[in-house]
Design a protein around this ligand. Structure first.
Ligand code: ZN
Length: 309
């Protein structure tokens, strides 16, 4: 937290507070953890913050680690003041105190969003892999747990040997719902078209998926697995509420970022984040949600209301 410019933080916090007051409810306090990633975290952290805060529901602080290769010992994070932790970190191990703080936060019933490459991080940290449910790369293999994919109406766990984590070329693809009983996806279409993005495949882990919300077919023509891959789900871990989305590979810039500008990505993130923090989803299904025949975008990461059009 020491890298934060306090004045800027206060200004942002008050702007978000005003926004939340307009909507007439107390904001959900969220902490976004980042600072190292093989992705464009300097862009994605602001995109995630803007999606969450512009909904009027959340107030987002950053916990930014030292740069890759620098001494991590001072990166002590206290998660306890927050109702939601968003993971956008893929890098060096955290200090033992921060790891312990995070495990306790989860076990006591904290809300967690696992976003995209956060599930690549910490291949050897057992609790973290249980919190993610599935992960990839960084040496993951059959010792990390089974592959998991949707086949013949059920989630199959496949213990065959092999590396965990892969994706083909980026493309637009269809999301397919695998439950209709969960508040996160209540009222959303069973099939909707997602913007150009990576499609993670052959992920491995404890596979302690609680509610499998959406899968997508990983096409071999695009270099994929030929399987229906679990991409959005909740995870069973202690009393925690965990929402995991593998979507949202960050683009080159804030403005050129189709996977995160996709309305479907943003709405699922917002609904998953609210559920993780509170156990409920109070958001209405928006009019601009995509369908199976068209993709929609929120280029400024904000819902277009009647007043703002
Ligand atoms: Zn990516």
């Amino acid at each position: 937290m020491k890298h934060l410019n306090m004045r800027k933080l206060l200004l942002l916090a008050s702007a978000a507070l005003i926004a939340c007051t307009i909507y007439g409810r107390k904001p959900i306090k969220a902490l976004l953890v980042t600072g190292q990633n093989n992705h464009n975290w300097e862009v994605s952290r602001y995109v995630l913050k803007d999606i969450l805060e512009q909904s009027g529901l959340f107030l987002v602080d950053f916990a930014i680690s030292p740069e890759r290769g620098k001494d991590m010992s001072g990166f002590i994070v206290d998660f306890s003041p927050y109702s939601l932790v968003i993971l956008d970190y893929n890098g060096a191990p955290w200090p033992a105190e921060t790891m312990s703080n995070f495990e306790q936060y989860a076990q006591k019933g904290g809300g967690i969003v696992v976003y995209h490459a956060a599930d690549n991080s910490f291949p050897k940290w057992e609790a973290y892999n249980e919190i993610c449910g599935l992960g990839g790369w960084e040496g993951r293999n059959e010792k990390s747990g089974p592959y998991a994919y949707w086949s013949n109406g059920e989630l199959v766990k496949d213990y065959s040997p092999g590396n965990g984590g892969s994706h083909g070329s980026q493309h637009e693809y269809m999301m397919n719902s695998r439950t209709n009983a969960h508040p996160i996806i209540k009222g959303l279409p069973n099939r909707w078209a997602h913007a150009k993005d990576e499609l993670y495949d052959r992920m491995r882990g404890p596979a302690n998926i609680d509610a499998l919300l959406y899968t997508a077919y990983s096409d071999t023509d695009k270099g994929g697995s030929g399987r229906e891959e679990p991409l959005i789900f909740t995870v069973k871990y202690g009393k925690a509420r965990i929402f995991h989305t593998m979507l949202g590979h960050c683009g080159a810039t804030y403005e050129n970022n189709p996977a995160m500008q996709c309305t479907g990505f943003q709405v699922l993130l917002l609904r998953g984040a609210e559920w993780a923090a509170t156990g409920k989803v109070t958001q209405k299904v928006p009019k601009d949600f995509p369908s199976s025949s068209y993709i929609t975008y929120r280029h400024n990461y904000k819902e277009q209301t009647d007043e703002s059009q």
